[in-house]
Structure formats: C-alpha cells, structure tokens
Design a protein around this ligand. Structure first.
Ligand SMILES: Cc1cc2nc3c(=O)[nH]c(=O)nc-3n(C[C@H](O)[C@H](O)[C@H](O)COP(=O)(O)O)c2cc1C
Length: 400
C-alpha cells in the first residue's frame, strides 16, 4: 500500500487548513513540523523572539466555557520578563489579544486565536552572535538544519514562544478547575546547590508567588534569590529543579503503551527550552529503595481505594491513580552568559564570544507558569480522550 506523506508547515496564516488537513483521505500521513501539541485539545504556537509577535491557535476547546482575556493575562503576567530583579530586564508587557473563538465572554467551540506583540526588541544586542554560535544555545543546530536562521533573540528557540503555551494553558486550566476542581502547582525546589526541605501537599499559589524565586519555603527562597543576584553580578547563570503537584485528578487519565500519562508529561516538559531531566514520583532516588520499601500499599480511606504512600507519583501503568500527581523537571543554567567563552563562526573559525543583551541569570522563576501550563494541556487532552474513548457509549445494560 502506498502512503502519501503530506507536509504542512503551520503558520498563523495557514491555520484554516488545520481542519482540512484533519479530514484528508485515509492513506495520507500528516507530518506536523513540531509546532502542534495535543490530540483533542490541540495547541499550535507561532512567532519568534524579534518578529511582530508571538501567539497560539487552540483547537478543540469545548463551547460555552466562560473565559476572558483578563483571566489569561493573570498567567502571562507570571511568565513575563522584567517582573523582578532576578529575571531578564527586557521590557515586555505581553498583553494578550483574543482574536477569535470567544463571543460575549464564552468560547464558541471554534479555533481560539491569541497573540501578544513583541514591543521591546533590540536586535543590535545580537550583532556579535549573527555569525558566531552561542555555546549551549540553539544557534549551531538551527544553522546546520535549516541553512539559515533569525539570529535576533534566538528566533523560535527563544522562550518567548512559550507565551502561546501559557495562554492556551490558562484555558485548559480553567476547564480542569471547573470539571473536577483540579489544582496544579509548580514551584522551585532547587536552585544550583540550594534545596528546599521536603513538605507534603500541594502548595498554594499565594505561597509560591510570595517571593520572586517561586519557592514556597520563604527561608530557602531568600537564599536562592541572593545566589541568583550574586551570579547575575558575575555575568554567570544557574539552573535548578521545578516540581509540579496536581490534586483532584480522577482515576483513568492516560493510556497504556505509547500514550502513558507520564510519557506525555515527560514530552511536554522536555519540549520546554533549557530542560535537561524529568522524573515522576520517587524518580531516580527510588532506585535506592527495595520493592518492600517502594511499593505503595492499597487501603480503604474515607470509603475510597487509596494508597498509603505515593512513590508512584500518581500514575500506575501509565494511568492516573487518583493520588496526587508529582513530577520534577531539571533546567540547566542559562546558556547566554556575560562572560567571554570559546566558540566558532559560521565560516568554521575558532573565536570568542561574550554574551550581550538582557538575559535571565536563572530561567526557573519564569518557567514555573510554563510548567503549569504544559501540565494543564496534557491533563485536559487526556481527560477529553478518556471521555471520548471510555465514556461516549454505555454497553453495561446489554447482555453479553
Ligand atoms: C523561561 C525561560 C527563559 C529563558 N531565558 C533565556 C535567556 O534569557 N537567555 C538564554 O540564553 N536562554 C534562555 N532560555 C533558554 C533557551 O531558550 C534555550 O536554552 C535554548 O533555546 C536552547 O535550547 P536547549 O537549552 O533546550 O538546548 C530560557 C528558557 C526559559 C524556559
């Protein structure tokens, strides 16, 4: 059987073709170029760091959801640059405009398009990087893959792309909170070698946002903040770990084999720029326990089947167990540092490069809302898939 490969390069202008593409005759294999995420609740992001703006098209959102641009803005404000002394000082307000899919404050069930313009662009800050590859950034691989690149601000590799994800995540989050009182909390647990003490439960948004680091332990947060300021002064950068906990999930989200819930969460997290690791539940530390220590015994609690411990992190067999979902994502130290480093030019000559411009000395404080947004997107998509697959028909009254 011959298979036709149909390539679709999605940009904002081509978006109306998404529904057309979905209805192509069987035998066509659609190859998306990595800009679309999700199966039923789909998100297509577009835009570059120094272009006209960045945005997103959300398709598959149920109709009738009450949503306003202000609600979406709350999440974007947590991601935006310039919000404190420990993040990049680029002056972007990231004000979102809702272009379609919402009428009189309710979603219409049609594609929702949102955008935020790029206002504070300084392409001259990237002059030196035009022909020299920034160590540990995407310049070299983009150049080799595409044969050309937009050097200003890193183009599509810039974290500005994640504005679209956060805007879409705000909608997903609202649906989840209405559907099942799902609470999603991302928070910084480690910066460089400073770690917060372990604590149970899902931290409140107020505790997380009480300091610029977004670590809910105030004493540890202060130490982390001081370290980031010190590192910034030295023209250097640091990385760390963001943990995400989710309460209120039903049993049954996720599917066996390729679409395991933790596999899709891992893909979502590792699709974020600067990520280097993912672990769920006990993670790598669990390898130091024996089965007798690691197993989570089942018990009846308040009339429901629960587990006494939660080394699994809320997933069993790739399917949510109803226990708190817990996972962690590792972020590397920011690549662009204001120190001289060895590199090569596009022409293949060894040279040096000193980073310029406004950069995050540590990406984690701004990555927290992005982690939460990607979590909401994965969970909502799986919730919709679970409903469609297991809840659309009821054969229970039909004798076998
Ligand atoms: C919230 C956030 C902010 C970021 N800010 C910067 C920055 O200011 N400078 C920089 O070089 N990289 C920054 N990055 C990381 C780069 O986008 C990323 O390192 C680059 O695209 C290369 O991809 P890789 O690190 O995943 O290999 C940021 C990442 C995130 C999530």
């Amino acid at each position: 059987m011959s298979v036709t490969f149909t390539f679709y390069l999605f940009t904002f202008h081509f978006h109306p073709f998404i529904s057309l593409a979905r209805e192509l005759a069987p035998g066509h294999v659609l190859i998306f170029m990595g800009n679309v995420f999700g199966k039923l609740f789909t998100v297509t992001t577009w835009g570059e760091s120094h272009g006209g703006g960045v945005g997103v098209v959300v398709d598959g959102c149920p109709p009738g959801l009450p949503i306003t641009a202000e609600e979406i803005q709350v999440e974007l404000d947590r991601r935006r640059p310039g919000q404190s002394r420990i993040v990049t000082q680029r002056k972007e307000t990231d004000v979102v405009t809702l272009l379609s899919g919402v009428h009189q404050g309710r979603t219409t069930g049609t594609p929702i398009s949102m955008m935020a313009p790029n206002v504070d662009q300084r392409p001259e800050a990237y002059d030196e990087m035009r022909t020299r590859f920034r160590p540990s950034h995407a310049d070299y691989t983009y150049q080799m893959k595409y044969g050309l690149r937009d050097p200003s601000g890193g183009g599509r590799s810039s974290a500005r792309e994640t504005i679209g994800r956060v805007a879409a995540g705000a909608i997903a989050r609202k649906i989840l909170s209405l559907a099942g009182e799902v609470t999603i909390a991302g928070f910084v647990t480690q910066i460089h070698d400073i770690e917060m003490p372990e604590r149970p439960g899902v931290p409140l948004r107020e505790e997380i946002d009480a300091n610029p680091v977004r670590c809910p332990d105030p004493v540890t947060a202060k130490r982390m903040e001081e370290l980031i300021l010190e590192v910034r002064k030295a023209g250097d950068s640091v990385g760390g770990v963001i943990e995400c906990r989710v309460a209120g999930l039903p049993v049954g989200l996720g599917a066996p084999v390729f679409d395991r819930l933790e596999a899709d969460l891992a893909k979502a997290m590792l699709s974020l720029p600067a990520t280097k690791g993912f672990e769920v539940g006990s993670g790598f530390a669990g390898t130091r326990l024996k089965g007798s220590e690691h197993n989570d015994p089942f018990e009846i609690r308040d009339g429901a089947i629960r587990t006494a411990s939660n080394h699994a992190g809320g997933v069993l067999g790739g399917i949510s167990s109803g226990e708190e979902l817990r996972f962690r994502t590792a972020f590397k130290p920011t690549a662009t540092i204001l120190q001289t480093q060895r590199t090569v030019t596009e022409a293949g000559e060894e040279t040096e490069l000193r980073g310029k411009g406004r950069h995050d000395p540590c990406v984690l404080p701004r990555a927290v809302p992005i982690v939460e947004a990607m979590t909401a997107l994965v969970l909502l998509d799986h919730w919709m898939r679970h409903q469609a697959h297991c809840r659309t028909f009821d054969f229970s009254g039909i004798p076998a």
